[in-house]
Design a protein around this ligand. Structure first.
Ligand code: NAP
Length: 294
Protein backbone atom coordinates (compact mmCIF):
# COMPACT_ATOMS: atom_id res chain seq x y z
CA UNK A 1 0.00 0.00 0.00
CA UNK A 2 1.19 3.56 -0.70
CA UNK A 3 0.02 6.44 1.45
CA UNK A 4 -1.87 9.43 0.17
CA UNK A 5 0.60 12.33 -0.11
CA UNK A 6 -0.68 15.51 1.50
CA UNK A 7 0.44 18.22 -0.91
CA UNK A 8 0.95 21.49 0.98
CA UNK A 9 1.93 23.40 -2.17
CA UNK A 10 -1.34 22.57 -3.94
CA UNK A 11 -3.48 23.35 -0.88
CA UNK A 12 -1.59 26.61 -0.28
CA UNK A 13 -2.14 27.67 -3.89
CA UNK A 14 -5.87 27.04 -3.63
CA UNK A 15 -6.10 29.05 -0.42
CA UNK A 16 -4.03 31.86 -1.90
CA UNK A 17 -6.54 32.32 -4.74
CA UNK A 18 -9.27 32.96 -2.14
CA UNK A 19 -6.93 35.24 -0.16
CA UNK A 20 -6.12 37.34 -3.23
CA UNK A 21 -9.87 37.88 -3.75
CA UNK A 22 -10.34 38.93 -0.11
CA UNK A 23 -7.35 41.29 -0.29
CA UNK A 24 -8.66 42.86 -3.52
CA UNK A 25 -12.11 43.36 -1.93
CA UNK A 26 -10.48 44.99 1.08
CA UNK A 27 -8.43 47.34 -1.09
CA UNK A 28 -11.47 48.31 -3.16
CA UNK A 29 -13.57 48.97 -0.06
CA UNK A 30 -11.05 50.83 2.11
CA UNK A 31 -8.77 52.42 -0.48
CA UNK A 32 -5.54 50.80 0.71
CA UNK A 33 -4.34 47.18 0.86
CA UNK A 34 -3.88 45.00 3.96
CA UNK A 35 -0.40 45.55 5.38
CA UNK A 36 2.07 43.34 7.26
CA UNK A 37 5.14 44.79 8.98
CA UNK A 38 8.05 42.58 9.97
CA UNK A 39 10.62 43.41 12.61
CA UNK A 40 13.94 41.76 11.83
CA UNK A 41 16.49 42.37 14.57
CA UNK A 42 19.10 39.76 13.80
CA UNK A 43 21.88 39.14 11.31
CA UNK A 44 20.95 35.46 10.95
CA UNK A 45 20.78 34.80 7.16
CA UNK A 46 18.04 32.16 7.65
CA UNK A 47 15.80 34.70 9.46
CA UNK A 48 16.40 37.28 6.71
CA UNK A 49 15.53 34.64 4.10
CA UNK A 50 12.28 33.70 5.95
CA UNK A 51 11.25 37.36 6.04
CA UNK A 52 12.03 37.77 2.31
CA UNK A 53 9.89 34.68 1.52
CA UNK A 54 7.02 36.00 3.64
CA UNK A 55 7.19 39.32 1.78
CA UNK A 56 7.11 37.54 -1.59
CA UNK A 57 4.01 35.61 -0.45
CA UNK A 58 2.34 38.86 0.63
CA UNK A 59 2.95 40.40 -2.79
CA UNK A 60 1.38 37.39 -4.54
CA UNK A 61 -1.97 37.88 -2.78
CA UNK A 62 -2.03 41.70 -2.69
CA UNK A 63 -0.84 42.39 0.87
CA UNK A 64 1.75 45.14 1.14
CA UNK A 65 4.64 44.41 3.43
CA UNK A 66 7.62 46.17 4.89
CA UNK A 67 10.61 45.05 6.95
CA UNK A 68 12.16 47.02 9.78
CA UNK A 69 15.73 45.79 9.56
CA UNK A 70 17.31 46.51 12.91
CA UNK A 71 20.89 46.01 13.92
CA UNK A 72 21.60 42.72 15.72
CA UNK A 73 23.04 44.84 18.54
CA UNK A 74 19.76 46.77 18.96
CA UNK A 75 18.65 47.38 22.51
CA UNK A 76 15.42 46.21 24.13
CA UNK A 77 14.25 49.82 24.09
CA UNK A 78 14.84 50.20 20.34
CA UNK A 79 12.98 46.98 19.52
CA UNK A 80 10.12 47.97 21.83
CA UNK A 81 9.94 51.47 20.28
CA UNK A 82 9.66 49.93 16.81
CA UNK A 83 6.85 47.60 17.91
CA UNK A 84 5.05 50.48 19.66
CA UNK A 85 5.19 52.66 16.54
CA UNK A 86 3.72 49.82 14.45
CA UNK A 87 0.97 49.33 17.04
CA UNK A 88 0.07 53.01 16.63
CA UNK A 89 0.07 53.01 12.82
CA UNK A 90 -3.50 52.48 11.57
CA UNK A 91 -2.25 51.40 8.13
CA UNK A 92 -0.38 48.41 9.67
CA UNK A 93 -2.71 45.47 10.23
CA UNK A 94 -0.26 42.72 11.18
CA UNK A 95 3.06 42.74 13.07
CA UNK A 96 5.55 39.95 12.76
CA UNK A 97 8.53 39.86 15.14
CA UNK A 98 10.95 37.45 13.48
CA UNK A 99 12.32 34.93 15.98
CA UNK A 100 14.82 34.18 17.33
CA UNK A 101 15.65 37.62 18.68
CA UNK A 102 19.29 38.33 19.64
CA UNK A 103 20.26 37.24 23.18
CA UNK A 104 20.19 40.75 24.68
CA UNK A 105 16.47 41.07 23.83
CA UNK A 106 13.86 39.71 26.22
CA UNK A 107 11.63 37.84 23.76
CA UNK A 108 8.72 37.48 26.17
CA UNK A 109 8.61 41.24 26.86
CA UNK A 110 8.88 42.08 23.15
CA UNK A 111 6.10 39.70 22.07
CA UNK A 112 3.88 40.93 24.88
CA UNK A 113 4.04 44.44 23.42
CA UNK A 114 2.45 43.50 20.09
CA UNK A 115 -1.14 44.83 20.04
CA UNK A 116 -3.53 41.86 20.20
CA UNK A 117 -5.49 42.80 17.04
CA UNK A 118 -2.17 42.86 15.12
CA UNK A 119 -0.67 39.67 16.62
CA UNK A 120 -0.85 37.72 13.34
CA UNK A 121 1.84 35.28 14.54
CA UNK A 122 -0.39 34.36 17.50
CA UNK A 123 2.57 34.39 19.91
CA UNK A 124 1.23 36.98 22.37
CA UNK A 125 0.90 35.24 25.77
CA UNK A 126 -2.80 36.20 25.93
CA UNK A 127 -3.44 34.55 22.57
CA UNK A 128 -1.49 31.43 23.58
CA UNK A 129 -3.35 31.40 26.92
CA UNK A 130 -6.72 31.60 25.21
CA UNK A 131 -5.69 28.81 22.86
CA UNK A 132 -5.12 26.64 25.94
CA UNK A 133 -8.44 27.49 27.59
CA UNK A 134 -11.77 25.82 27.13
CA UNK A 135 -14.45 28.09 25.69
CA UNK A 136 -11.99 30.84 24.71
CA UNK A 137 -10.65 31.62 21.28
CA UNK A 138 -7.40 33.48 20.54
CA UNK A 139 -7.50 36.44 18.13
CA UNK A 140 -4.97 34.49 16.05
CA UNK A 141 -3.41 31.04 16.28
CA UNK A 142 0.24 30.35 15.34
CA UNK A 143 0.79 29.67 11.66
CA UNK A 144 2.61 26.33 11.68
CA UNK A 145 0.10 24.36 13.79
CA UNK A 146 -2.75 26.11 11.92
CA UNK A 147 -1.21 24.86 8.66
CA UNK A 148 -1.02 21.33 10.10
CA UNK A 149 -4.73 21.52 11.02
CA UNK A 150 -5.55 22.50 7.43
CA UNK A 151 -3.56 19.51 6.14
CA UNK A 152 -5.44 17.20 8.53
CA UNK A 153 -8.73 18.65 7.26
CA UNK A 154 -7.55 18.04 3.70
CA UNK A 155 -6.78 14.43 4.64
CA UNK A 156 -10.37 14.05 5.86
CA UNK A 157 -9.32 13.01 9.37
CA UNK A 158 -12.03 12.84 12.00
CA UNK A 159 -10.12 14.22 14.97
CA UNK A 160 -12.89 13.69 17.50
CA UNK A 161 -11.71 10.89 19.78
CA UNK A 162 -8.64 10.19 17.64
CA UNK A 163 -5.33 9.33 19.34
CA UNK A 164 -2.96 12.13 18.34
CA UNK A 165 0.72 12.08 19.23
CA UNK A 166 2.65 15.34 19.00
CA UNK A 167 6.42 14.94 18.92
CA UNK A 168 7.99 18.11 20.31
CA UNK A 169 6.81 20.72 22.84
CA UNK A 170 8.23 24.00 21.54
CA UNK A 171 6.32 27.25 22.02
CA UNK A 172 5.98 27.79 18.28
CA UNK A 173 4.98 24.30 17.12
CA UNK A 174 4.54 21.38 19.54
CA UNK A 175 2.64 23.05 22.39
CA UNK A 176 0.16 25.13 20.35
CA UNK A 177 -0.34 22.10 18.07
CA UNK A 178 -1.28 19.93 21.04
CA UNK A 179 -3.71 22.60 22.30
CA UNK A 180 -5.40 22.86 18.90
CA UNK A 181 -5.80 19.09 18.71
CA UNK A 182 -7.36 19.03 22.20
CA UNK A 183 -9.81 21.74 21.09
CA UNK A 184 -10.66 19.52 18.10
CA UNK A 185 -11.53 16.76 20.64
CA UNK A 186 -8.54 14.52 19.94
CA UNK A 187 -6.92 12.55 22.77
CA UNK A 188 -3.47 14.06 22.76
CA UNK A 189 -0.11 12.74 23.93
CA UNK A 190 2.83 15.15 23.89
CA UNK A 191 6.23 13.48 23.52
CA UNK A 192 9.64 15.11 23.95
CA UNK A 193 13.27 14.30 24.60
CA UNK A 194 12.51 12.74 28.01
CA UNK A 195 9.64 10.54 26.80
CA UNK A 196 10.18 6.86 27.53
CA UNK A 197 9.17 4.26 24.98
CA UNK A 198 8.34 6.72 22.24
CA UNK A 199 7.73 3.87 19.80
CA UNK A 200 4.87 2.48 21.92
CA UNK A 201 3.22 5.92 21.92
CA UNK A 202 3.58 6.24 18.15
CA UNK A 203 2.39 2.74 17.30
CA UNK A 204 -1.10 3.44 18.65
CA UNK A 205 -1.40 6.91 17.09
CA UNK A 206 -4.10 7.73 14.51
CA UNK A 207 -2.46 11.11 13.96
CA UNK A 208 1.25 11.90 14.29
CA UNK A 209 2.68 15.41 14.21
CA UNK A 210 6.47 15.27 14.09
CA UNK A 211 8.22 18.52 15.12
CA UNK A 212 11.57 17.70 16.69
CA UNK A 213 14.21 18.77 14.14
CA UNK A 214 15.89 15.34 13.81
CA UNK A 215 16.37 14.16 10.21
CA UNK A 216 14.49 10.93 9.32
CA UNK A 217 14.16 10.11 13.04
CA UNK A 218 10.71 8.46 13.05
CA UNK A 219 10.94 4.96 11.58
CA UNK A 220 8.21 3.36 9.48
CA UNK A 221 7.80 0.42 11.84
CA UNK A 222 6.92 2.82 14.69
CA UNK A 223 3.78 3.82 12.75
CA UNK A 224 0.55 1.94 12.01
CA UNK A 225 -1.33 1.59 8.73
CA UNK A 226 -4.21 3.91 9.85
CA UNK A 227 -1.89 6.77 10.77
CA UNK A 228 -2.03 10.21 9.18
CA UNK A 229 1.41 11.78 9.55
CA UNK A 230 2.22 15.48 9.37
CA UNK A 231 5.95 16.10 9.19
CA UNK A 232 6.90 19.59 10.40
CA UNK A 233 10.64 18.87 10.63
CA UNK A 234 12.81 20.81 8.20
CA UNK A 235 16.34 19.46 8.33
CA UNK A 236 19.19 20.17 5.94
CA UNK A 237 21.37 17.13 5.27
CA UNK A 238 24.47 16.73 3.10
CA UNK A 239 23.81 15.13 -0.27
CA UNK A 240 26.69 15.05 -2.77
CA UNK A 241 24.26 13.76 -5.47
CA UNK A 242 22.30 17.04 -5.28
CA UNK A 243 23.86 19.93 -7.21
CA UNK A 244 23.55 22.15 -4.14
CA UNK A 245 25.39 19.53 -2.07
CA UNK A 246 22.48 19.25 0.37
CA UNK A 247 18.76 18.57 0.53
CA UNK A 248 15.90 19.07 2.98
CA UNK A 249 14.31 16.16 4.84
CA UNK A 250 11.68 15.87 7.54
CA UNK A 251 11.67 14.21 10.95
CA UNK A 252 10.04 11.08 9.50
CA UNK A 253 11.75 8.52 7.25
CA UNK A 254 9.42 9.42 4.38
CA UNK A 255 10.56 6.81 1.83
CA UNK A 256 9.79 3.95 4.24
CA UNK A 257 6.77 5.50 5.99
CA UNK A 258 4.94 6.22 2.73
CA UNK A 259 4.67 2.45 2.22
CA UNK A 260 3.03 1.93 5.61
CA UNK A 261 0.75 4.79 6.70
CA UNK A 262 -2.60 6.08 5.40
CA UNK A 263 -1.46 9.62 4.54
CA UNK A 264 1.71 11.66 4.99
CA UNK A 265 2.94 15.18 4.20
CA UNK A 266 6.18 15.71 2.31
CA UNK A 267 9.26 17.78 3.17
CA UNK A 268 9.65 20.11 1.39
CA UNK A 269 6.21 20.89 0.01
CA UNK A 270 4.05 19.97 3.01
CA UNK A 271 3.84 22.08 6.16
CA UNK A 272 6.23 24.84 4.93
CA UNK A 273 3.94 26.40 2.29
CA UNK A 274 0.96 25.99 4.60
CA UNK A 275 2.74 27.85 7.43
CA UNK A 276 3.43 30.74 5.09
CA UNK A 277 -0.14 30.76 3.82
CA UNK A 278 -1.65 30.79 7.33
CA UNK A 279 0.28 33.98 8.08
CA UNK A 280 -1.44 35.54 5.06
CA UNK A 281 -4.82 34.23 6.28
CA UNK A 282 -4.21 35.87 9.68
CA UNK A 283 -3.07 39.17 8.12
CA UNK A 284 -6.13 39.50 5.88
CA UNK A 285 -8.39 38.55 8.81
CA UNK A 286 -6.64 41.22 10.94
CA UNK A 287 -7.14 43.87 8.26
CA UNK A 288 -10.86 43.18 7.88
CA UNK A 289 -11.46 43.11 11.65
CA UNK A 290 -9.59 46.38 12.25
CA UNK A 291 -11.33 48.14 9.37
CA UNK A 292 -14.77 46.96 10.45
CA UNK A 293 -14.18 47.95 14.08
CA UNK A 294 -12.68 51.36 13.24
P1 NAP B 1 12.73 23.07 18.99
O1 NAP B 1 12.32 24.35 19.63
O2 NAP B 1 14.17 22.71 18.90
O3 NAP B 1 11.97 21.90 19.76
C1 NAP B 1 12.23 20.56 19.46
C2 NAP B 1 11.36 19.68 20.32
O4 NAP B 1 11.64 18.33 19.97
C3 NAP B 1 11.63 19.82 21.82
O5 NAP B 1 10.41 19.80 22.51
C4 NAP B 1 12.48 18.57 22.15
O6 NAP B 1 12.25 18.05 23.43
C5 NAP B 1 11.94 17.59 21.13
N1 NAP B 1 12.93 16.57 20.79
C6 NAP B 1 14.19 16.77 20.37
N2 NAP B 1 14.80 15.57 20.16
C7 NAP B 1 13.91 14.62 20.46
C8 NAP B 1 13.94 13.20 20.45
N3 NAP B 1 15.02 12.53 20.08
N4 NAP B 1 12.82 12.54 20.81
C9 NAP B 1 11.71 13.20 21.19
N5 NAP B 1 11.61 14.56 21.22
C10 NAP B 1 12.71 15.24 20.87
O7 NAP B 1 12.17 22.95 17.51
P2 NAP B 1 10.90 23.65 16.78
O8 NAP B 1 11.17 25.08 16.63
O9 NAP B 1 9.64 23.18 17.40
O10 NAP B 1 11.05 22.97 15.33
C11 NAP B 1 10.97 21.58 15.15
C12 NAP B 1 11.24 21.27 13.68
O11 NAP B 1 10.23 21.86 12.90
C13 NAP B 1 12.55 21.84 13.13
O12 NAP B 1 13.06 20.95 12.15
C14 NAP B 1 12.15 23.13 12.48
O13 NAP B 1 13.03 23.52 11.43
C15 NAP B 1 10.80 22.73 11.93
N6 NAP B 1 9.86 23.85 11.72
C16 NAP B 1 9.25 23.89 10.51
C17 NAP B 1 8.32 24.88 10.26
C18 NAP B 1 7.63 24.92 8.95
O14 NAP B 1 6.90 25.85 8.68
N7 NAP B 1 7.78 23.91 8.11
C19 NAP B 1 8.03 25.84 11.25
C20 NAP B 1 8.67 25.76 12.48
C21 NAP B 1 9.58 24.73 12.72
P3 NAP B 1 12.62 18.87 24.79
O15 NAP B 1 11.53 19.89 24.96
O16 NAP B 1 12.58 17.82 25.84
O17 NAP B 1 13.97 19.47 24.55
Amino acid sequence: MTARILDGNALAQRLQIELAEKAAQFTAQFGHPPKLSAVLASDDPASAQYVRMKRRDCKKVGIISETFEMDASSTQEQVEETIASLNDDPRVHGILVQLPLPPQIDEERALQLVALPKDVDGFHPINIGKLAMKGREPSFAPATPSGCMELLKEAGVNLSGANAVVLGRSNIVGLPMAMMLVKANATVTICHSRTQDLTAQLRRADVVIAAIGRPNFVQADWLNEKAVVIDVGTNRIDDPSDKRGYRWVGDVDFEAAVKVVRAISKVPGGVGPMTRTMLLVNTIRAAWRQAENA
